[in-house]
Design a protein around this ligand. Sequence first.
Ligand SMILES: Cc1cc2nc3c(=O)[nH]c(=O)nc-3n(C[C@H](O)[C@H](O)[C@H](O)COP(=O)(O)OP(=O)(O)OC[C@H]3O[C@@H](n4cnc5c(N)ncnc54)[C@H](O)[C@@H]3O)c2cc1C
Ligand SMILES: NC(=O)c1ccc[n+]([C@@H]2O[C@H](COP(=O)([O-])OP(=O)(O)OC[C@H]3O[C@@H](n4cnc5c(N)ncnc54)[C@H](O)[C@@H]3O)[C@@H](O)[C@H]2O)c1
Ligand code: SF4
Ligand code: FES
Length: 807
Amino acid sequence: MTTKREKLVLVGNGMAGIGTLEQILKLGGAYDITVFGSEPHPNYNRIMLSYVLEGSKTLEDIVLNDWSWYKDNRITLYTGTTVTRIDAASRQVIADNGIAVPYDKVILATGSRSFILPIPGSDKNGVIGFRDIADCEAMLEAAGQYRKAAVIGGGLLGLEAAKGLVNLGMDVTVVHLMEDLMERQLDRNASAMLQAELERQGIKFAMGKQTVELVGDERVQGLRFSDGSELAADFVVMAVGIKPNVALAQASGITVNRGIVVNDYMETSMADVFSVGECTEHRGVCYGLVAPLFEQGAVLAKHLCGAATLPYEGSVVSTKLKISGVDVFSAGEFIETPEHVVIAAKDEWKKTYKKVLLRNNAIVGAVLYGDITESASLQKLVKQGAEMTEEIYAEVMGAGCCGGGTKKSASVEAMADEEIVCGCNGVTKKAIVDAVTENGFTTVDEIKACTGATRSCGGCKPVVEQILQYVLGDGFRESAKQGICGCTPLSRDEIVAEIKAKGLRSGKEVMNVLGWRQEEGCSKCRPALNYYLGMLYPDTHEEESESRFVNERMNANIQKDGTFTVVPRMYGGVTTPEDLKKIADVSLKYNVKVVKVTGGQRLDLIGVKREDLPKVWEELDMPSGYAYAKSLRTVKTCVGSQFCRFGTQDSMSMGALLERKYERLDMPAKFKMAVNGCPRNCAEACTKDIGIVGNDGGWEIFIGGNGGIKARLADSFCKVKTDEELVEICSAVIQYYRETGKYLERTSEWVERMGLAHIQDVILNDEDNRKQLAARIDFALAQVTEPWQAMLKNEKARNALFETVKP
Ligand SMILES: Cc1cc2nc3c(=O)[nH]c(=O)nc-3n(C[C@H](O)[C@H](O)[C@H](O)COP(=O)(O)OP(=O)(O)OC[C@H]3O[C@@H](n4cnc5c(N)ncnc54)[C@H](O)[C@@H]3O)c2cc1C
Ligand SMILES: NC(=O)c1ccc[n+]([C@@H]2O[C@H](COP(=O)([O-])OP(=O)(O)OC[C@H]3O[C@@H](n4cnc5c(N)ncnc54)[C@H](O)[C@@H]3O)[C@@H](O)[C@H]2O)c1
Ligand code: SF4
Ligand code: FES
C-alpha cells in the first residue's frame, strides 16, 4: 500500500524558503511541493546583487536554483504570482491570478521589502530601494543616463549600493542620519577608518543629515535636509532598512507583530502554517541576514520531515561588508560600556583595527577592520560566549591587530572540527575537510558544490582556501587552478581539447567521460558545453536547448512582470515604411505596452504575453533580432556616403551586409558591431566588439570595445583598402574569438587575455590561417537557421514552450 504524499506549499521563492526546501529534499521529505514567487525569476542569490551592481557578477551568475532544478525535483513553480490569502477553512492557498492550491502544510517565506522613507517626494521618478533584480536593473539603467546619485542610509546596503554606483561612473553621495557609518555594526574607530577608505574609493558623504523632502518635478532633482541645506541628485537610492512582508499573513488572520510571529519550531498561530526568513519574528527579533534564516530553515525542515531537532533559540549575527579592498567584520556586541573589558589594537600605519569585548570574561562581541583573518574564530567564540583564556587570547590577538597573516594555517589547524566556517550556510570545518579527504575535492568551487560553503556572501572563502591549503599542503598550489564550475576541475581549454581528442558529442557524454562531480552538471557548465560542442561540430551538433538560458530557449527576453520583448531585425538600423506598418499593426493587435527605439537602432516591442509570442512573430514575418542571444546583436551604422556630406564610405550598406552575414551564429557572448562612413565616428565604433571606421579611402578596424559595465575603448586592429579584405578580417576575428573565447567572455576581456599583438599575429601575419578561419566561419554560418520560422513549424515545441509549461 502506498501512503499518500502530503501537499506542501511554499510562498516566497527566495533564499530562506528554497533553502528550507533543499533541506527537506535532502532529508527525503515525501511532499508534493508547490512554490509561489512574486518575482519572475527562479531562486537567486539576493546577496550577490551587490556584486552584480559592482560589475563583478552577472544576473545569470547569481541564479542558485535554475528552472531545471524545480523540474528535476518535480516542484510546481508559479513565478510572477503573488499569494494573497490562505483559506484555513478550505485548506487552500489562493493567488492574485485566481490559482488556488490545496495544502496540508504551508511555509511562509515572503521576506522583506525596502523601507521607503515616508517623506514628501519619495514617490518621484528616480527614487528606488535596492532589494531585487528589478531594482538592480533600474540602477544599472539609471547609471547610463544620470550623473548625480544620492544613497540615503550609511548601513551595509547603502554602502554596497554606493560603491556599485561609483563603479558605474556616477557621482555618489551617501546621506547618513548618524555621525558614524554602519553604527549598528561598528564602533567609532572602525567607522572612521571605513569612511576614510570609502572616501579614497570615490564615495562622498553627508553625515548627520536628516532628509525631510525630495525635491523636483516628476523626476527627483535633489534632497532637502532638516537643517535647510540641499543636495542635488537626479537618482536616489533609499537604503534605510527593511520591512517584513506580512500582508498575506495578516489577510489570513495569522498573528503578526513586526514580523510573522513563530515559536521555536517556526510554527505560526495558524495550524500547519510555518514561517522562515526575514518575514518571521522569533522571540521578538526579525533577522535581516541569511545565516539566521538558514538556521531557521534547518530546524523547520527537520520538524516537517519528522526528524529529531533541537528548537531554534535565536541567532548571534555577524556581518561583513562586501566592498573590495574594505575588510570589515562585526559580531555580537560592539559598543563598549562600563560593564565590558575591552581588548583592542589599532595600527594606523597598516590601517587595521581589532577589538574584542568581554563581559564577565565571556567573549560577547568583536570588531575587525583591515584584517579579518580571525573572523571565523571570533564568530564562533562570540556565538558560544566562550571564556577568554591565554590560549584564545594568543590565537585571536596574535601579533596584535595584523598578526593573522603569518599564522593562517596554524589558526586553521587549531580550529575544532565542529567550528562553523561558513556562517551563512552552517558548514563546519569537518564537513570541508571530509569533502577534501573523502571525495577528493581540491578547489573552492568543488567545496561549494559539495557543502554549500561560500555559496552565499562569499565571506568565508579565505578560510575555506586556508583549509584546502592546510589539508592538501603542496598539492594545493597545483589544484588552485579553477575549473569552469564546481562540477569539474577542468578549464575551458582542457575541456575543448578533451572533446576534440576523445570525439565527445553531447553534454551528457562530456560530463560522463570527463568525470563531472554532478551527473547533471549545473547552470554554469551546461550552456557552456552546449556552446563548445556547437562551435566544434557546427554541422552535426544536436542543439541541447534545455541547456540554454530561458531567454534563448524562448527566443525572447523575459521582463520583470513576466511578459516578453520582441525585437525584429533591422539590418544596419535601416527599415522600410512597410515593415514599420507591420510592426505598428501587430503592436496594436497584441496590446504591446511600449514600443522602444533601442540603442542598437531597432525597435523593441515590450510587454508581449508568452502565449502571444508565436502569433506575434508569425504576423511580423521578420527575422528575429536575437536581442536575447549570445550572438550578433546589432550592427549600428551612421548615414555614411549615401547621404552624409562628410561620408567617404557607404556605412549603411556595409553594416547591413555584415549583419546579414554573421546573424544567428552562436558566439561566446553577445556581440555588437558598428560601421561609420568617416572618422567622425557617429555610430561609436570605439565601444563595439568590432568597430569599423571609413578612413583614407578604405576602412580601419577596431576590436574589443565595450560600452557596458566594464567599459573599454576598442583597440585599433588594422587598416584595409577593400570591402573584401574588411569582410575576411571580420570573419577571421570573429571565428578566432569563437574558437578561443571562454563561454560568456566578451571580446573586451578576450582581447586583454589573449593580447592584441597575439591576435594581430594570428590573423594579420598568417594569411593561410586567416583564410582558414574565414572558411570555418562560412561553414558554420551555412548551418544556421531562422529560429522563429523553425519554431512556427514545430507544433510540439511551440505548445510545450508557449502554452503548457511555465519557463
Ligand atoms: C543587495 C543586498 C545585499 C545583501 N547582502 C547580504 C550579505 O552580504 N549577507 C547577508 O547575510 N545578507 C545579505 N542581504 C540580506 C539577504 O539577502 C536576505 O536576508 C535574504 O535574501 C532574505 O531571504 P528571504 O527568503 O527571507 O526573503 P527574500 O529574499 O525577500 O525572498 C522572499 C521572496 O518572496 C516573494 N514574496 C513575497 N510575498 C509573496 C507572496 N505573497 N506571494 C509570493 N511570493 C511572495 C518576494 O518577492 C521574494 O522573492 C542582502 C540583501 C540585499 C538586498
Ligand atoms: N553585507 C551584508 O551583510 C549586507 C549587505 C546589504 C544588505 N544587508 C541586509 O539588508 C538589509 C537592509 O540593509 P540596510 O543597510 O538598508 O539596513 P540597516 O537597517 O542595516 O541600515 C540602515 C541604515 O540607514 C540609516 N538611516 C535610517 N534612517 C535614515 C535616514 N532617514 N537618513 C539617513 N540614514 C538613515 C541607519 O542609521 C542605518 O545605519 C539589512 O537587514 C542588512 O543586514 C546586509
Ligand atoms: S561618421 Fe562621418 S559619414 Fe557617418 S554620419 Fe558621421 S560624419 Fe557622416
Ligand atoms: S559565510 Fe557567507 S557564504 Fe560562507
